[in-house]
Design a protein. Structure first.
Length: 389
């Protein structure tokens, strides 16, 4: 009888192990779009705790990142190695190679190019890092979804290496088939899962990337690379650049300057999609838009003291709210409401002609005052100020 029980137990153990192993063996593809354009395509594969990624970026030229590695049981990175290259350049196409190892409570990342080797050490375990190859960062969610918590409301906390420092990285289960995943710099991606817990689609609107993704079957990635290299040669793409710009003026001895990055419309639906309604927006691209004042300004009688502030807005269909935040030098997704200093309403108006590049203006007005405006696509939002109480 005991022998029979033993073999039944062994059989159950093997069945459970087989199910667990099957649950962590899968592969597929992910296609990201930026507005009407495909921005990157990649294959992902997980076999136990080992993984592989091949990511093909499309703009402005075809760039490929290949990496392989292994996770700890909780989804944090044990080791990674890979490289990044330009397939159109032949034998000289390698741009850089990289390695990650976790050893003695330290994550070590080494990056090698033709002329340089750099090594950085971080006293944490991590799940993602910006310096592990091109767009590979935004393909990691397809693998990390496998390590999400099981209960709705629970979270997994790790780190994201960016700007040569560790930021908190989180995977939170917000619904039976829904996750939030990201960091303050990366932004929070919404992950939609299928019935098996695999990524089905991803919404990255409002993140640093403003992309959407759809998962599918494993692709012949060599064919994807070859066809895109050919397409690049026939029809070269323009780089997607958020132009850094500034505007400044002096009104009644008060110098006012705004520094910002200018995203373009690029045939996208901006307000309500790229810029969701009723949500904090960096009001620009990349680093947070920054305003500097040599003297105080007054908005509806409320003082904004001299100094530097980051600018955020909350666009709604009926009007906007302009926010001045005391953290002046931050990335655009790192808004922290604890540092909000002043909030003022903005008036909106429809434009007859669309504005392709987001544009700030500062115009003088009567009574020692002025108007700050931001225009993009077919909307303009404005707020008046004075230089005296």
């Amino acid at each position: 009888m005991r022998i029979k029980i033993f073999f039944i137990g062994l059989l159950l153990h093997l069945c459970v192990s087989a199910v667990a192993q099957k649950a962590s063996q899968f592969k597929g593809s992910l296609i990201y779009t930026l507005g009407p354009d495909t921005s990157s395509v990649g294959n992902f594969e997980l076999n136990g705790n080992k993984f592989m990624l091949t990511v093909v970026s499309m703009s402005p030229y075809v760039n490929v990142s290949k990496l392989k590695g292994a996770f700890f049981p909780d989804g944090q990175l044990m080791y990674v190695e890979g490289n990044n290259y330009n397939p159109a350049r032949g034998k000289d196409s390698l741009l850089y190679a990289y390695k990650l190892n976790y050893d003695k409570d330290t994550t070590i990342i080494e990056t090698r190019s033709k002329n340089r080797i750099s090594t950085h050490k971080y006293p944490v375990k991590i799940m993602v890092a910006n310096n592990l190859g091109g767009d590979a960062l935004v393909f990691m969610p397809a693998l990390l979804a496998n390590f999400a918590p099981k209960r709705v409301g629970d979270s997994v906390i790790s780190s994201h290496i960016v700007f040569n420092s560790a930021r908190k990285f989180i995977i939170k289960k917000t619904g039976d088939r829904k996750l939030l995943l990201g960091s303050s710099v990366m932004g929070m991606f919404t992950i939609f899962l299928d019935k098996n817990g695999r990524m089905q689609s991803v919404d990255g609107i409002g993140t640093s990337f403003n992309i959407k993704g759809t998962a599918g079957k494993y692709l012949n990635i060599d064919s994807v690379i070859a066809s895109n290299v050919k397409q690049q040669q026939l029809h070269p793409r323009l780089a997607i650049i958020n132009k850094l710009d500034s505007v400044k003026t002096t009104i009644n001895a008060a110098a006012v300057k705004i520094i910002y990055s200018r995203p373009s419309v690029r045939d996208r639906v901006i307000f309500g999609e790229v810029v969701p309604w009723n949500r904090i927006w960096r009001t620009g691209a990349d680093a947070a838009t920054k305003i500097s004042l040599s003297k105080p300004l007054y908005f509806n009688g409320k003082e904004l003291p001299a100094g530097a502030y980051s600018i955020f807005t909350i666009p709604t269909q009926n009007g906007w709210t302009l926010i001045f935040n005391k953290q002046a030098n931050i990335w655009g997704t790192e808004h922290n409401a604890d540092y909000d200093f002043l909030k003022v309403p903005m008036l909106i108006q429809a434009l007859n002609e669309p504005v392709e590049l987001l544009t700030f203006t500062i115009d003088a007005a009567d009574n020692n005052g002025g108007v700050i405006s931001v225009s993009w696509d077919k909307l303009k939002a404005s707020v008046s100020f004075t230089t005296v109480p």
